[in-house]
Design a protein around this ligand. Structure first.
Ligand code: TYM
Length: 334
């Protein structure tokens, strides 16, 4: 497709602001892998609609997400960063793939079960078929690798199953993608309930770090992070809060658990939490500065969005044409 390089594809929902979990579990890895692959990143606004959105805020969030990708270090001149809703092939392929996906498979999706339990007033069909649309996103671009956090692993598995099923019937249409889930940071937990994933939809303001939080808020939230009644900085299953903080600190500083345990030997939790807060604030500061510049440069953002939307639509239409032919749709008269 694009040169002879392998294709990396990923995206995030354009809902609210990003958390430190989104950053350490996904965005930071996108940047690390950036040079090795031909990269395509979507602002996943179709997926966001499974939850009710305020239209004006939604529009703002999608743009902010685009600028955050750039601020994290993804150059829109070198990478295809585009809006999912601007490429109609996503919805078109999603319909077709839905006809090759079994309800039994969708019934097993843990994220659907979790979200349905959370939003009992709005368990819509989009929430249910969400993984099919995600499969369409990935397969349209013939992606080889999809860097995501742990919570998307099951969605990657169903994507592979759908691709293999389709290929089994029609020949080699889709590349079967691999999930890339980094060892460190794949599941960042809530600072207040370390058994729960850090989440965008969290209501407790102390539970999540937002990428645009200022330094004082970041440090304050880490100081308040829930730990345990022990005093030793040690990585252990029964010490979920401390282990989560160690994961975060490790991701940001590149240190492993043994090094972190050594660094804080004989020191209290207070000192450790402060160090984590400062390290995270230092890591996010350059990103925040760049974000401030990008979000204000309306013309540049618009031109990059337009250029990359066209590029994405071109790649996607190639795959879609192939699929239309394979399934036997009649070509429109010329
Ligand atoms: P979303 O928007 O929920 O999350 C974006 C990315 O952040 C990761 N993530 C986390 N990683 C570690 N710890 C956490 N606490 C944490 N919270 C979120 C997610 O795993 C994800 O990689 N369905 C996707 C969006 C999507 C997509 C795609 C991704 C739509 N189509 C195609 C890849 C390919 C989602 O809801 O991500």
């Amino acid at each position: 497709m694009i040169n002879n390089n392998k294709i990396l594809y990923s995206g995030m929902q354009a809902t609210g602001s990003l958390t430190l979990g989104n950053y350490l579990g996904a965005l930071k890895n996108w940047v690390n892998l950036n040079e090795e692959y031909e990269c395509i990143y979507g602002v996943m606004d179709l997926h966001s609609l499974t939850v009710r959105q305020n239209p004006a805020e939604f529009r703002k969030n999608a743009r902010s997400l685009y600028a955050l990708y750039m601020a994290a270090g993804l150059d829109p001149e070198k990478n295809c960063i585009y809006y999912q809703s601007h490429v109609p092939a996503h919805a078109q392929l999603s319909w077709i793939l839905g006809c090759f996906t079994y309800m039994g498979e969708l019934n097993r999706m843990t994220q659907f079960k979790d979200k349905a339990a959370k939003h009992t007033e709005n368990i819509n069909a989009g929430l249910y078929t969400y993984p099919v649309l995600m499969a369409a996103d990935i397969l349209l671009y013939q992606a080889d690798v999809v860097p995501v956090g742990q919570d998307q692993k099951q969605h990657l598995e169903i994507t592979r199953d759908i691709a293999q099923r389709f290929n089994g019937i029609y020949g080699d249409v889709f590349t079967v993608p691999e999930a890339y889930i980094a060892k460190a940071g794949a599941k960042i937990m809530s600072l207040q309930e370390p058994q729960k994933k850090m989440s965008k939809s969290e209501e407790n303001p102390n539970a999540s770090i937002w990428l645009l939080d200022d330094r004082d808020s970041i440090i304050r939230k880490f100081k308040r992070a829930v730990t345990d009644s022990d005093t030793v900085v040690r990585y252990a299953e029964e010490k979920a809060g401390i282990s989560n903080l160690m994961d975060i600190y490790g991701c940001v500083t590149g240190k492993d658990s043994a090094e972190i345990e050594k660094e804080f030997e004989g020191k209290g939790y207070g000192e450790f939490k402060l160090a984590v807060g400062e390290a995270v604030a230092d890591e996010l500061l350059p990103l925040q500065k760049r974000y401030g510049q990008f979000i204000q440069d309306k013309e540049y953002l618009d031109s990059m969005i337009q250029k990359n939307d066209e590029k994405a639509a071109y790649y996607a239409s190639k795959t879609l044409r192939k699929v239309y032919k394979k399934v036997g749709f009649t070509e429109p008269a010329k």
